[in-house]
Design a protein around this ligand. Sequence first.
Ligand code: AMP
Length: 539
Amino acid sequence: MLGLMQDWPLLCSKIIDHAATVHGGRNIVSRSVEGPIHRTTYAEVRTRARQVAKRLEKHGIRLGDRVATLAWNTWRHLEVWYGITGLGAVCHTVNPRLFPDQIAWIMNHAESRILFVDLTFLPLVEKLKPSLPLVEQVVVLTDAAHLPENSVGALPYESWIAEVDSDFAWPTFDENTAAGLCYTSGTTGDPKGVVYSHRSQVLHGLLAVMPDTLNLSSSATVLPVVPMFHANCWGIAHAAPISGARIVFPGPKMDGASIHELLQDEKVTHTAAVPTVWLMLLQHLDKTGGSLDFLKRVVIGGSAAPRSMTQAFRDRFGIEVMHAWGMTETSPLGTVCSLKPEVADITGDEWLDLKEKQGFTPFMVEIEVTDDENRPRPHDGTTFGRLKVRGPAISRGYFKIGDVVDEDGWFDTGDVATIDPLGYMQITDRSKDVIKSGGEWISSIDLENIAVGHPDVAEAAVIGVRHPKWDERPLLVIVAKEGRSPTRESLLKFFEGKIARWWMPDDVVLVDEIPHTATGKIKKLTLREQFKDYRLPTE
Ligand code: AMP
């Protein structure tokens, strides 16, 4: 027999064991829901995660059972995350920003037996409890002194884990066992549950650490603003302990001033969030003239990073923006826009053009663009196609639905993208949102990005509206900045020279509000419904 390598299942408990053993004293700083800043270490997180596991086992939780969290990013959420998965149960992170009915639907669909909840959401849980018949115990992530009287028999976390000690050995099981469950917010139909395995979480954690991805190390301090309930915390809850990076958790406060305070006080070097968060931070810095003295890398994803934002971080603060693309189904890191040596020397507008792209894939992620008949399209940077993805941390399907990948393992992302000869991918649209005019495709995202550059526009959405000749034509829907009322002519003129003439929106509508999903994305379906009978002046 050959002397092959040891067979060592890739389990999440190995991650926290590594952090506790090798980086045990490293700080986990957290803004707490009760108010003050809390400081702990990886060693302490592991000790308390073992208590969580032991207490869950005492309750009767077994391998594969779902245990839910409805919580902000805090040290207690991290303990619970590792306690649940370490035991072999499934950590089901629920997005509190969803509508209450959707939360109940998701909890029942997942059949989660225990619910860990932050104090903030206790009133919501009290309201929802009659529709959550499968939840056997609510545990509030606080101590007895802070827990108010409640109608659901909720117990305070601190007393609940204190019922057991931390003498608990992590069980060993198959690395393909489910570790996490996260539902996509879904702009259509019921939410769908993405199931992460231990193997996929460990591999994705490693992929997230790499230099062209998040570039974490034991000397980094990372602030994940991106919530643990949204797309697996972009892998940071695994990547940070794998690398030994110090973590700073924002707790419930994600406004510009609070984030700025943490970035400065805790000397944060790496951070990640959706563009909305960075918009709030930049507005705060505009108002206060504040600086960013320690930050090196800002990861922006979830929706397209506006050019003006990338430019502001670079020109005003000398910080590198890493534009990233991913989805709940991709664990989520799919591509990151790091600079390859071939483009390391580019400057000015060319640099900004490149940073508008979502980037290239790290090892273990493969992408392709195809036409509707599944034929690959050229990687020339201009031809769009349906974006397909595959790899060991890419979902094959959904909980209780089953596999949705094709015979070659490709998952259809529902995004439309280009790939250039260097492998840089750029999202041009969602496949449902791309406007099909005379058989050609128009990118609604490109038009929106241009429209928001207009000085009077606060927010813009572009949708396809039925057209008798062209099938669909673009309609621009905008919310004006306070006190401004831009004319149709000035808005359309703004596109001149920036797009091909046939991409020009056929009309403009001013609205008070554009509808959004729970994760802050524009609800195009609702907009399309709203304007389904709209008659374009070009008909
Ligand atoms: P979610 O699963 O809620 O994280 O949503 C994933 C979707 O968000 C993707 O399929 C894309 O449509 C969109 N998305 C994520 N990152 C980006 C990005 N950097 N630019 C444009 N769209 C993005």
